[in-house]
Design a binder for this molecule. Structure first.
Ligand SMILES: NC(=O)c1ccc[n+]([C@@H]2O[C@H](COP(=O)([O-])OP(=O)(O)OC[C@H]3O[C@@H](n4cnc5c(N)ncnc54)[C@H](O)[C@@H]3O)[C@@H](O)[C@H]2O)c1
Length: 351
């Protein structure tokens, strides 16, 4: 299903999925705006934030929504059919578990939890519940380019995947951004891309550190190169460079036995014949314009899945994907200071 065109204060229909939103900072406010204005078949009914004032401000942008004091009230509310969680990651485990207990479908922003063990608790709780409830917000899975590459792989057009080469570039990061943030905030998206494209996790990861750019914040190793290997022998490279001072780029190249395909080379307006003899295009400033359509498609697909009772959209990241990402992140973090490859340890996937 595609997102509706922007229509301020879209009129609510009685059959709309009523969404409760927990945490309305940067991402949560963005999702509220998306649901209120562009998502078909849904409306925001209840909003909460640790900061009441923030919740009031954001709720005012979603006609018909009300504010409650705690996230527990959002989950329990009779006028909430489904929950969107965009609070900081350390609260996700508890909030998702509460949604599972209440039987309410939930779209949780990444990460699912702060470590593999906590993420596995969610996997087990969902399994106990007996039906899928949890979608995880790895929105790149709904990017048009990601979709095309996935289609090509599924159709067998590229043959056997040999190499997945990822590049992730960011204009700048906040002071205090560390190598660990490089793993959990940045590389985590390529880590999920391994599960998405290759349908198997990495079994090992190694970090390679070139010398750093002078633009990097104090103490940060930037760029970083992660080398992952899967059980069937595909190698994944993830080149991360977060202080380029030059906009946001995410490129992915799949090298298969029958051919190679690249996505994410959108260059915007390309001009030639300039007076100084140079040519060039534009890149988005950050992840929001780059993946705006992917966020819209992700939320729209989630609402469609909630409406048809499947709860988790095709190709969406699941609780299991969240657990696998947490395990790969943990190994990638360890690899920052290890001499060689670090093994990724995974518990068994419940049936
Ligand atoms: N998918 C993506 O590309 C993407 C991008 C950015 C952020 N995120 C994720 O989204 C989540 C939120 O990130 P953000 O950038 O919006 O952070 P943020 O700090 O801007 O917003 C978080 C909000 O949650 C509120 N909050 C804190 N504790 C809470 C609690 N216990 N219950 C309810 N609300 C609480 C805060 O007051 C704040 O308003 C994080 O998990 C982050 O990793 C995902």
């Amino acid at each position: 299903m595609t997102a509706q065109q922007s229509s301020p204060a879209q009129s609510a229909a009685p059959q709309d999925i009523r969404v409760g939103v927990i945490g309305v900072g940067r991402m949560g406010a963005d999702h509220v705006e998306r649901i209120a204005r562009r998502t078909k078949g849904a409306r925001v009914s209840v909003v909460s934030d640790y900061l009441r004032e923030t919740a009031e401000k954001v709720s005012a942008t979603a006609p018909g929504s009300r504010v409650v004091d705690t996230w527990q009230e959002v989950v329990a509310a009779e006028d909430v059919d489904a929950v969107l969680i965009a609070s900081p990651g350390q609260f996700h485990r508890e909030q998702v578990l509460a949604c599972i207990a209440a039987g309410k479908p939930v779209l949780c922003e990444k990460p699912l939890a702060m470590n593999p063990s906590d993420a596995y608790d969610v996997v087990l709780a969902e399994r106990e519940a007996g039906h899928p409830v949890v979608s995880l917000g790895f929105m790149r899975r709904f990017d048009a380019g990601y979709g095309e590459l996935k289609d090509a792989l599924e159709a067998g057009d590229l043959g056997t995947p040999l190499l997945l080469n990822c590049k992730h570039r960011n204009a700048d990061v906040l002071p205090g951004f560390t190598d660990t943030h490089m793993v959990y905030d940045s590389a985590v998206h390529e880590i999920d891309a391994i599960s998405f494209f290759l349908e198997e996790p990495a079994v090992s990861v190694q970090t390679v550190m070139p010398r750093s750019t002078e633009k990097a914040p104090e103490g940060l190793h930037d760029p970083l190169l992660f080398l992952f290997r899967t059980a069937s022998g595909t190698v994944v490279t993830d080149e991360l460079w977060v202080s380029t001072d030059a906009g946001y780029e995410v490129r992915t190249e799949l090298v298969g036995s029958l051919g190679a395909a690249t996505i994410g080379q959108e260059s915007g307006l390309v001009t030639t014949q300039q007076a100084d003899g140079r040519w060039g295009g534009t890149v988005p400033a950050d992840f929001r314009p780059r993946f705006a359509a992917a966020y819209d498609a992700e939320v729209q697909a989630w609402i469609a899945a909630v409406a048809d009772g499947s709860n988790v959209a095709p190709r969406s990241a699941t609780a299991w994907d969240g657990y696998v990402a947490a395990a790969m992140c943990e190994a990638a973090e360890q690899s920052l200071t290890a001499d060689g490859p670090v093994e990724v340890t995974l518990l068994e996937q419940p049936a």
